[in-house]
Design a protein around this ligand. Structure first.
Ligand SMILES: NC(=O)c1ccc[n+]([C@@H]2O[C@H](COP(=O)([O-])OP(=O)(O)OC[C@H]3O[C@@H](n4cnc5c(N)ncnc54)[C@H](O)[C@@H]3O)[C@@H](O)[C@H]2O)c1
Ligand SMILES: O=c1ccn([C@@H]2O[C@H](COP(=O)(O)OP(=O)(O)O[C@H]3O[C@H](CO)[C@H](O)[C@H](O)[C@H]3O)[C@@H](O)[C@H]2O)c(=O)[nH]1
Length: 330
């Protein structure tokens, strides 16, 4: 299928472009490069439309010129903390931008959409593992923007027959096993890359945000899912929709949680280098524990993560950071 990958120059989008291409689809990247990388696009060697979701004419051009049959929508701002400080930026890009995209898809009769949602739509868990029927009560604006889009997708399906898969990712991590693609966010705020930057000596220390959570060691717990496993889930979600499967909202995680301190220790083990930490106050908008019940993804998409342990995930990230950890600037 001809698949427009909106946000395909970014971290998860670029790995998914590769996975789509590897199974014979024709991905086209649409991206404004606000946080994405021209060098990732170059490495992938697929058609690229430089455009912005907030400029509808760009989207119409991409959908029409490439005769797009399905859209994968990764484009968003995605820093929890920043969304608390500057919600306007998040509602504008993540919600208004998505309305523009869905409207263009509707006009061009593109009926399939795979969307990057998040476990941040659940808010504070009321059970140790989150399944898809857990109440969705976000605790930060970022999570609200994603929940609003999920609702739009439900309504567009009902009214216009646009089929969707909202993939609620847990914490994306790692890099491609061969080191071609990797995680390059500026500023970097994610735990694993920050630990690696401290190990490498690029940063002095890692602030642990909160050591008084009600968890076994007082630090937050997250479910780290390898970016290539996430990419594979997208391919399966597209196959599901194109095979006339019903729309769905589905968790993509491993089902195992690791605390912030465990990630620090694992980084030290993988790199053989110390990760100096500073115990700091809690960060606004953080839930104490986010771990997936990924039963539905297994049953409906026949998807299982290949990376089920933290160490190999950190090893792929370390490979990327040892090479350089950044794409060259265009
Ligand atoms: N990284 C995670 O752990 C995680 C977890 C859950 C959900 N998500 C979601 O997955 C998606 C991808 O995350 P990522 O880590 O790859 O982020 P990223 O910043 O690397 O990628 C986002 C891409 O979207 C592009 N983009 C943003 N706004 C755009 C616009 N208006 N028009 C065109 N392109 C635009 C950026 O240039 C970038 O290439 C996001 O929607 C994010 O909310 C990420
Ligand atoms: O310097 C740091 C950075 C992070 N953390 C902690 O490490 C955990 C993971 O934090 P990340 O910033 O790596 O990831 P988040 O869980 O905040 O966010 C990720 O998962 C979210 C879902 O909860 C969103 O989808 C978001 O896009 C994605 O980046 C959190 O407890 C955070 O407080 C630290 O202690 N110190």
């Amino acid at each position: 299928m001809k698949v427009l990958v909106v946000g395909g120059a970014g971290y998860i989008g670029s790995h998914t472009v590769r996975a789509l291409r590897d199974v014979g689809h024709d991905p086209i990247i649409f991206d404004n490069l606000v946080t994405g990388h021209a060098a990732a696009v170059q490495r992938l060697g697929v058609p690229f439309v430089e455009g912005d979701l907030n400029h509808p004419v760009d989207i119409y051009r991409a959908l029409n010129e490439h005769r797009v049959e399905a859209v994968m929508h990764f484009a968003a701002f995605c820093y929890v903390g920043e969304s608390v400080r500057n919600p306007s930026k998040y509602y504008q890009n993540n919600v208004v931008g998505t309305i523009q995209l869905l409207e263009a898809m509707r006009s061009c009769a593109v009926k399939l959409c795979v969307f990057s949602s998040t476990c941040a739509t659940y808010g504070v868990p009321t059970a140790p593992m989150l399944n898809e029927s857990h109440p969705q009560r976000p605790i930060n604006p970022y999570g609200w923007t994603k929940l609003m889009v999920e609702q739009m997708l439900v309504d567009y399906d009902h009214a216009y027959g646009m089929k969707y898969a909202a993939l609620r990712y847990f914490n994306a991590s790692g890099s491609s096993a061969d080191g071609l693609l990797g995680e390059d966010h500026t500023p970097e705020t994610h735990l694993i890359p920050l630990c690696l930057l401290v190990a490498k000596g690029v940063r002095d220390n890692l602030s642990i945000f909160g050591t008084d959570y009600d968890t076994f060691d007082g630090t937050c717990i997250r479910d780290f899912i390898h970016v290539e496993d996430l990419a594979e889930a997208h391919v399966r979600a597209l196959d599901h929709l194109s095979g006339k499967g019903e729309s769905l909202a589905i968790n993509i995680g491993t089902g195992t949680g690791h605390s912030v301190r465990e990630v620090v220790r694992c980084t030290e083990e993988v790199t053989g280098l110390p990760v100096h930490v500073v115990e700091s106050p809690r960060r606004d908008g953080d839930a104490p524990v986010l771990v997936a019940d990924a039963t539905m993804a297994r049953d409906v998409l026949n998807w299982r993560p290949k990376y089920t342990e933290l160490k190999p995930i950190v090893e792929t990230a370390w490979k990327w950071f040892q090479q350089c950890g950044h794409y060259p600037k265009a």
